[in-house]
Design a protein around this ligand. Structure first.
Ligand SMILES: Nc1ncnc2c1ncn2[C@@H]1O[C@H](COP(=O)(O)OP(=O)(O)O)[C@@H](O)[C@H]1O
Ligand SMILES: C[C@@](O)(CCOP(=O)(O)OP(=O)(O)O)CC(=O)O
Length: 477
């Protein structure tokens, strides 16, 4: 029976760099762009074959085969495609060793990824028969199509792990706690093997669990497993993998946390690009050179990050406890920009109390940015470079905006605003600089302030892995 699963993309709103250290938490939102995997399986006699197809990309086909009766060595994966896909390969290898299948199958997993993961230059659009899914077909191989930084490899590894588990694990449901833990742990191991380094894993965690407050796993768990794997027989590697995936406490934390109703994020793509690994090494070098000062910065930034999480959670509580007051509060937001919101506290005690939760959000975003700029200045890594400071400050002048940050590692890739949902279209319109709309106060907005940013058609969608409807993919397979 064919099944379809999906996993979301991510934006790390708060906790870049800090999340590398298990002592600190981060806030990562799952986004509406998703990666899908459609399974097809039949029994086979001689050998097992797993083919990963990614039809949106030139030469997007990778085939792996292995023999289930081979008990001496780790399973051998053979690739037919001359261009390897390290993420698909590591996932198949890890999963097969984890499961140690007892029956041969011919498996095909077809991958589809939503448009926002990659630039869409020179693409053609294909739709499913019922029109509910549309994907862009590229003319180049996957490694030559520019990415937008939404975590495509984490999406691929997570959804491929889920798809393969659904074939090998009887009665597999993707959303119970045990399944999610298996998906997460196997995907983290495979992702680290493919990347040849143990990262913080926030992207795989968000792909699995959706929008979360995330605290990373203990890196030694994976380093140790990987360093020993080549010395182990199939049987021992399988046993080690089972132990690490199912019987080891990874000490990671994933607490559900999403934006309250009426509040949205607006992601802006900024013409530019940054190298995350280089910036990470600059920041870590500064951290080890100046342990005391950097500890102060880490602590202050963490306080600001957690204040943002708390104020969003409190707003969510208000939306549940007093929906009427909440909707009045949220609809008032479209009439204020950041400076005006901050000013509200000085109007009257009543205003200060009414807008307290919103003012807290605004202040915590400002504090996050302040400490990110200190990190920028001290480490030399362009986390919030001056161009992004100007752009974010300009965004703060637009009504309905509560603030914005450079997500993840920062740099020149993107900005992420937190805004009133009802203001989205007016924010987009006013930052286009058209200046035509009658109900907008554009007097203080210069048309060219926003030239560098193009808003992406992305929203928060808080779900992690999901099972999808096969009907929605007919005509694409
Ligand atoms: N749709 C896809 N189909 C097949 N492989 C994919 C797909 N998306 C991503 N990948 C794999 O992930 C790699 C990109 O990973 P990476 O450079 O870490 O980017 P990102 O920051 O988006 O995760 C690709 O070269 C490919 O190996
Ligand atoms: C610096 C970091 O803490 C966050 C980087 O976040 P990004 O979202 O910028 O990541 P990439 O998609 O890998 O570019 C590094 C990490 O946690 O691995």
């Amino acid at each position: 029976m064919s099944r379809v699963f999906s996993a979301p993309s991510k934006a790390l709103l708060a906790g870049g760099y800090l999340v590398l250290d298990p002592a600190y938490s981060s806030f990562v939102t799952a986004l509406s762009a998703r990666m899908y995997a459609v399974t097809s399986v039949e029994e086979a006699n001689e050998a097992s074959v797993i083919r990963v197809e990614s039809p949106q990309f030139e030469s997007g086909s990778w085939e792996y085969s292995f023999r289930i009766d081979d008990s001496q060595i780790p399973l051998v994966i053979t690739e037919k495609n001359s261009k390897r896909n390290p993420f698909a390969e590591a996932t198949v290898h890890t999963l097969v060793n984890y499961v140690k299948p007892t029956q041969n199958y011919r498996i095909k997993v077809t991958i589809f990824s939503d448009s926002e993961y990659h630039t869409q230059d020179g693409t053609r659009l294909e739709s499913s028969t019922n029109g509910s899914k549309k994907f862009h077909w590229h003319t180049k191989p996957i490694d030559q199509v520019p990415k937008t930084g939404l975590g495509s490899s984490a999406g691929l590894v997570t959804v491929l792990t889920t798809a393969l588990l659904s074939i090998y694990v009887p009665n597999f449901k993707c959303n119970d706690e045990r399944s999610l833990l298996q998906i997460h742990n196997v995907a983290q191991i495979a992702h680290c093997i493919a990347q040849k380094k143990v990262g913080s894993g926030f992207d795989v965690a968000a792909a699995t669990y959706g929008s979360i407050v995330y605290r990373r796993f203990e890196p030694a768990i994976i380093t140790q497993l990987v360093s020993e794997s080549h010395l182990l027989s199939l049987e021992d590697y399988h046993r080690e993998l089972r132990k690490v995936v199912l019987d080891t406490d990874w000490h990671f934390v994933t607490e559900k946390c999403s934006l309250p109703k009426g509040i949205r994020i607006l992601m802006g793509d900024v013409a530019g690009g940054s190298e995350t690994p280089k910036m990470v090494s600059q920041v870590l070098a500064w951290r080890s050179q100046k342990p005391e000062y950097s500890h102060e910065v880490w602590t202050s930034l963490n306080t600001a990050n957690m204040a943002l999480v708390d104020s969003l959670q409190n707003l969510k509580l208000l939306s549940e406890s007093d929906p009427h007051a909440y909707s009045e509060l949220i609809s008032a937001l479209q009439t204020y920009n950041v400076a005006q919101i901050k000013n509200l506290a000085s109007f009257s005690v009543d205003y200060a109390a009414r807008f307290e939760l919103i003012i807290n959000i605004v202040h915590s975003i400002e504090n996050i940015r302040h400490w990110m700029r200190v990190m920028t200045r001290e480490s030399g890594a362009s986390i919030e470079p001056s161009e992004q400071t100007i752009l974010l400050n300009n965004c703060n002048t637009v009504k309905g905006v509560l603030g914005g940050v450079v997500p993840g590692a920062g740099g020149y890739d993107a900005i992420c605003l937190i805004v009133a949902a009802s203001s989205i279209s007016s924010i987009i319109e006013s930052t286009k600089g058209s200046g035509e709309s009658s109900n907008l106060d554009l007097s203080s907005i210069n048309k060219h302030q926003f030239d560098r940013v193009s808003w992406l058609d992305l929203t928060e969608q808080q779900d992690g892995v999901l099972e999808e409807n096969l009907e929605d993919f007919k005509g694409l397979l």
